[in-house]
Design a protein around this ligand. Structure first.
Ligand code: BYC
Length: 320
């Protein structure tokens, strides 16, 4: 339905007032097109990250060192699949189909988190992902539980609960390795050395280079800037590394008395953009694997559609 200029001004003012009063915006409410677009972008990218994020960890399910570890990892990877599904559903409420989102992922048009383009060569990587990556994810995502868009905010509540459990599980795995043999401790340190900087980059470009932050903070999609969340994560994680007896691989890391935060060395933004643009260590492998899984699943989608068509025809017959 098209609106006159006056109507649009009124709708816009009502929308802004609702956001300012912390009222949730729901799928059938009027919203600016740019708000809808940025939400589809962020939520679908988030969903893709959960789905692609199953690959580096799934790689270890068949090689987990004990039955207990296998069960824990299997459950975690299944949780990530569930998160992807809630998030795709939340994005669908904005009028974009799942098929469209899948196509955008597979064509490389849509992004997913840079972090999942790094390899997992040892078992300690599984502990490091839970500890660091889920730790970064909850730091970023807890504020999204208060996002102005209702379906995204509600999906995030459950997701954050599960991610918090994953973070504890990963930390417990790292703690076990750190209190184990010298070789296990060395593996844990090696994993931290490889995951630390990518996890710090996960929060996105620095505030001056973040193109969406200002508008999305005004719309209360985001509550804190990329650098604010990155700092929160660093302050929390440095102390946890200390407890584990591990060294953060940054010779410039130091406590800043004045700011009350840790200062870190230079982040390699060239590496970040290279990975974001598709040229990281595992980008091609991740997309090829996802494309194959999508193609292999075609018969399931076709069967589901055929079944639902049949059910609908039956209901129509029954109603006639
Ligand atoms: N990787 O203007 P900016 C998980 C892009 S999954 C790739 O600051 P924004 C988990 C950004 O998209 C973790 N691209 O953007 C799963 C934009 O490009 P476009 C994923 C990145 O949206 C399994 C451009 O750079 N979490 O939790 O305001 C196991 C400029 O950036 C990245 C989420 O997705 C990156 N790291 O802020 C364990 C959370 N960073 O879109 C854990 C939801 C930036 O214009 N998303 N870019 O082409 C967000 O909170 C925000 O989208 C971001 C970026 C903080 C990521």
């Amino acid at each position: 339905m098209s609106h006159s200029e006056n109507e649009l001004a009124e709708l816009g003012a009502a929308f802004d007032a609702n956001v300012a009063q912390e009222k949730k915006i729901e799928p059938k409410d009027w919203m600016p097109e740019a708000y809808r677009k940025t939400l589809v972008r962020q939520i679908s990218q988030h969903a893709h990250s959960e789905i692609i994020g199953m690959q580096p960890e799934g790689n270890w399910i068949s090689r987990a060192p004990t039955l207990r570890r296998k069960v824990g990892l299997l459950a975690k990877v299944q949780d990530e699949a569930g998160h992807g599904l809630y998030l795709y559903s939340a994005a669908e409420t904005l009028g974009t189909s799942r098929d469209q989102m899948d196509a955008d992922l597979l064509s490389g048009k849509a992004k997913y988190s840079s972090i999942f383009n790094y390899p997992t060569p040892t078992w300690a990587d599984i502990g490091a992902i839970g500890w660091l990556i889920d730790g970064a994810a909850i730091t970023n995502q807890i504020p999204i539980c208060r996002c102005s868009y209702g379906p995204y905010a509600r999906a995030m509540i459950r997701i954050c609960k599960e991610e918090s459990f994953h973070q504890r599980q990963g930390f417990e795995m790292m703690n076990t390795l750190c209190r184990g043999t010298a070789e296990q401790k060395r593996m844990a340190q090696d994993a931290l050395n490889r995951w630390w900087w990518p996890s710090v980059m996960m929060f996105g470009p620095p505030d001056g280079a973040s193109q969406h932050s200002d508008q999305n903070m005004a719309w209360r999609i985001k509550r804190f800037s990329n650098d604010e969340l990155r700092q929160r994560y660093i302050d929390m994680t440095v102390r946890q590394a200390d407890f584990l007896g591990l060294d953060i691989p940054d010779t410039d890391l130091k406590w800043n008395e004045e700011s009350g935060h840790y200062d870190i060395g230079e982040i390699d933004w060239d590496e970040f953009w290279k990975v974001v643009k598709g040229d990281g260590p595992c980008n091609r492998q991740r997309l090829a694997h996802r494309t194959k899984a999508h193609d292999d699943g075609a018969w399931v989608r076709e069967a589901a559609v055929a079944y639902s068509d049949k059910q609908r025809a039956k209901q129509r017959q029954h109603a006639a």
